[in-house]
Each structure stands twice: as structure tokens, then as C-alpha cells.
Design a protein around this ligand. Structure first.
Ligand code: NI
Length: 230
């Protein structure tokens, strides 16, 4: 990361004193609207902007609630564009699970066959495995059966949409947050889908542009471009 680049945590931090506000904000997520011609929806609706607070609260956030980066893949990745074809179903699954099990969705990118996102969990709750289990199940339930299912999954009555495992990383500090935020928004470029982050509709990039964290024509640093947390 370029040292010239201002840390977003010096100017804004999402959340907190979210101890009190979090439940309300997370639970009262506004409904994503499926605007015609704009399939995104993560921006205005699904993402919680959260209150902007000062640097001093950062430690408290860390202690109070966990920040996580996730990479979650489809079981069948080759040529599979399921997630962008069914991005509305994915949003609906997120919305539904967050209603019962709140969390902040700070950033997300949905690629055709996988997704990356940054979450913040409520202070008294670190159960992200439950949330992913429910999210995967909810999304799968919205799709017609027909995917290939391994024998072991068939025996358990499971669907074959998602990989069982996913990559999870606990965000250590603000620099780590920034790196993962950049990683998420650069990802469509990394995977060769677009030339610039602004050109990919299925990410929270525009939200962060509006916050003033990125210029609209932002390009990732060489460091981020070389990283792989797939
Ligand atoms: Ni990726």
C-alpha cells in the first residue's frame, strides 16, 4: 500500500459505539430494490453505511465485535456464472439472514463463481459459521435443483452449489482492513472481468467512492494487485 494514501481510519470509521446502535442498524436493513437495469443493489440497500466515528473508537470495535474477511466459492467454478445470474437471490439470502442474525456488511464483491466480503459481527456474537451455513442454504434453496451433487452430499441430503470450505481471516488492524477493502474492490480487475473497479456492477465500490475513500477511477497498488486471498 502506498504510504501516500490516507488511511480511511484516519478520516472515517464505520460503526461504533455500535454497541448500542448496531442491533438497530443491522436489523433495520432497508430492503434492496431490484432497480431495472441496475442489478447491483449492494450499494444503497444491502450495505449498512453505519455511523461515522472517530479513530479512538477503533480498539473498542475490535474488542467488542470481530471484523472478518471471507472468500466463498461455488462448488463448480469452471465457466459458472451462477452468482451474478442470481445476484438478486444472493441479496435476498443476505437480507433474510441478517434480519435474524445481524452483522455489518462493510464491503462485498460478487464474481460469477465466488465472492469476497468484509463483515463486522455484533459485540456478543462471533458465530459467522452459523451465518454462512444459513446464507448458503438459503441461496441454494432459491435455485432450482439440477446441479451435480457428490455422493457424500447426496447421502446427507445436501445441495451441491457451494464449496463446503471457505476462507476466513480475522482483520487485525486498520491497515489490514484497508488491504482487504482494496482487495475486494480490485478483484473483478484481478480476475480479468473489467479494466477498472468502477466498471464492475456487483460490488460495494461505488458506496466507498461516495464515502470519499476512493476516487472513481481508482486503481489498486501493485501490492494489492499481486495479492491472492482466493
Ligand atoms: Ni476473487
Amino acid at each position: 500500500m502506498s504510504s501516500a494514501k490516507p488511511s480511511i481510519f484516519l478520516t472515517l470509521i464505520i460503526g461504533v459505539d455500535c454497541v448500542g446502535e448496531m442491533a438497530g442498524i443491522c436489523c433495520a436493513s432497508s430492503q434492496p430494490t431490484a432497480t431495472a437495469g441496475k442489478a447491483v443493489g449492494w450499494d444503497k440497500a444491502t450495505l449498512n453505511p453505519g455511523p461515522i466515528v472517530a479513530m479512538r473508537t477503533y480498539r473498542r470495535i475490535r474488542l467488542a465485535g470481530g471484523w472478518y474477511f471471507f472468500t466463498v466459492n461455488l462448488a463448480s467454478r469452471h465457466g459458472n456464472d451462477l452468482l451474478v445470474r442470481h445476484v438478486a437471490d444472493l441479496r435476498a439470502a443476505f437480507r433474510q439472514i441478517r434480519r435474524d442474525h445481524p452483522f455489518f456488511l462493510d464491503a462485498i464483491v460478487v464474481l460469477p463463481d465466488h465472492l469476497h466480503c468484509l463483515w463486522r459481527l455484533p459485540p456478543d456474537d462471533d458465530d459467522f459459521p452459523l451465518r454462512w451455513r444459513l446464507l448458503k442454504a438459503r441461496f441454494s434453496a432459491r435455485l432450482e435443483p439440477g446441479e451435480s451433487i457428490s455422493p457424500s452430499r447426496q447421502r446427507k441430503g445436501e445441495r451441491g452449489i457451494w464449496q463446503r470450505r471457505y476462507w476466513e481471516h480475522v482483520i487485525r488492524d486498520e491497515r489490514d482492513f484497508q488491504r482487504h477493502l482494496d482487495y475486494i474492490h480490485y478483484n473483478p480487475v484481478k480476475h480479468g472481468y473489467v479494466q477498472a473497479a468502477k466498471d464492475w456492477p456487483y460490488s460495494s465500490f461505488q458506496r466507498w467512492v461516495k464515502r470519499g475513500v476512493y476516487p472513481v477511477d481508482w486503481a489498486a497498488s501493485a501490492e494489492i494487485a499481486e495479492w491472492t486471498w482466493e
